[in-house]
Ligand binder design. Structure first.
Ligand SMILES: [Zn+2]
Ligand SMILES: [Zn+2]
Length: 398
């Protein structure tokens, strides 16, 4: 029996221990915080919540900012695209415009070429008729001068006559001039355009006020060469008849530069000279000789130049001429003696080819109304100054 008691004791003790453990577990399980703890917990929860809210808020703000930046970027991109498109369109338009202009220019050039060819053809025909009439005239076949030999050509028959052309037989605008240029068929005066070519003239300073340095210093190279030129050409011109006047221009203006005017005593001599010298070669240049009408040398030659007072200087549109070393009508025999003395015949050469120069007309700078005004104004002033100089001069003398 003792053993049973022992065993019961153990069982009871075990049961108590189990209950204790169980209760402890239950106690642990049913642990309840104090109010203070509860508040703390709540506070912590609220803080956590607030933190999360703050983060979300920040995120939203960032998000918003990003969206706005995105919108701006999009707008900018669109603007750039529009600009690019505009530039592209502009480029296309410009290309089209350039192409159009090029086409127009091409057409214009073709038309101009046609026009010039037509003019050249007309001139060639006119020249042919002119030359055949000239031959008839020289052979004495013509009882009356045909119209082609009295007036060869008028540039603008309906317009006023160009005052420069009337006086000097030259005009800076050539036949583009807005006024009429009347070319005579034949006349006593021949003009060899730009015949006296000289380095001093080609390279003269157009603005130089002192107009005729070469006249003032008669031993200047240009003047010396002019004298040689004079001695060289005069006998050649005299071969065809009596030369009564010979004038060589030292103007700077291209339409007058080196122009050489020769007046014969009679028309027959002039025609012979024309036939022989037009298109002939001189000093490596093919001569363009034409008949011209100079009714008064005093009107053709700048009145102020002779007194070295021309304000236009080398750019004057009236003739500024070299002072001839002697009268062209000088006795021919004596002159040839002089020639022998100088024993020179420099530049006359047999023409390498006698290809006739067809157009009696020269190329000219484009005429503009503005140029015209200045040009014609100059004419009036120059004449006026010339006159006023003369009258004041007269007064002084009287
Ligand atoms: Zn003119
Ligand atoms: Zn002048």
């Amino acid at each position: 029996m003792g053993k049973h008691k022992e065993w019961r004791k153990i069982v009871k003790r075990e049961r108590r221990r189990r209950i204790r453990t169980q209760r402890a577990k239950e106690r642990d399980f049913n642990f309840s915080y104090t109010d203070e703890d509860q508040d703390l917990l709540k506070e912590q929860e609220a803080l956590e919540l607030h933190r999360i809210e703050e983060i979300e808020k920040q995120n939203n703000i960032e998000n918003e900012k990003w969206l706005q930046a995105e919108v701006i970027a999009m707008e900018q991109w669109k603007k750039i695209q529009i600009k690019k498109e505009m530039l592209r369109q502009k480029h296309i338009e410009q290309q089209a415009k350039l192409k159009l202009e090029w086409e127009i220019e091409k057409q214009r050039r073709e038309k101009e070429k046609e026009r010039l060819m037509k003019i050249e053809e007309e001139n060639r025909k006119r020249q042919e008729i002119f030359m055949s009439n000239l031959e008839k005239f020289l052979n004495g076949d013509l009882t009356q001068l045909p119209e082609e030999l009295t007036v060869l050509y008028e540039t603008r028959p309906d317009c006023d006559e160009c005052p420069f052309f009337v006086k000097t037989a030259c005009c800076r605008f050539g036949d583009e001039c807005s006024r009429n240029h009347k070319y005579p068929g034949i006349s006593k005066v021949l003009l060899a355009e730009n015949m006296f070519g000289h380095f001093g003239l080609e390279n003269a300073n157009s603005n130089e006020y002192d107009t005729d340095i070469m006249l003032e210093y008669e031993d200047s190279d240009t003047y010396k060469d002019f004298k040689n030129f004079f001695d060289d050409i005069l006998p050649e011109f005299q071969k065809f008849g009596k030369v009564v006047q010979l004038k060589v221009c030292n103007n700077f203006e291209k339409h007058l530069r080196g122009n050489t005017y020769v007046e014969y005593a009679d028309i027959h001599s002039a025609v012979l000279a024309y036939r022989a010298l037009h298109a002939r070669w001189y000093a490596s240049k093919q001569l363009t000789v034409r008949f011209c009408q100079i009714s008064s040398w005093n009107n053709a030659i700048c009145g102020l130049q002779t007194r070295r007072r021309c304000p236009k200087g080398r750019t004057c549109n009236f003739l500024h001429v070299f002072r001839n070393p002697m009268k062209p009508s000088y006795d021919e025999n004596r002159h040839s003696e002089r020639q022998e003395r100088s024993s020179r015949s420099w530049r006359w050469s047999e023409s390498p080819e006698r290809k006739p120069i067809v157009s009696p007309r020269r190329s000219s700078p484009k005429r503009t109304d503005k140029n015209d005004e200045r040009y014609y104004r100059h004419r009036d002033r120059s004449r006026h100054e010339s006159r006023s100089y003369r009258s004041s001069h007269r007064k002084k003398n009287s």
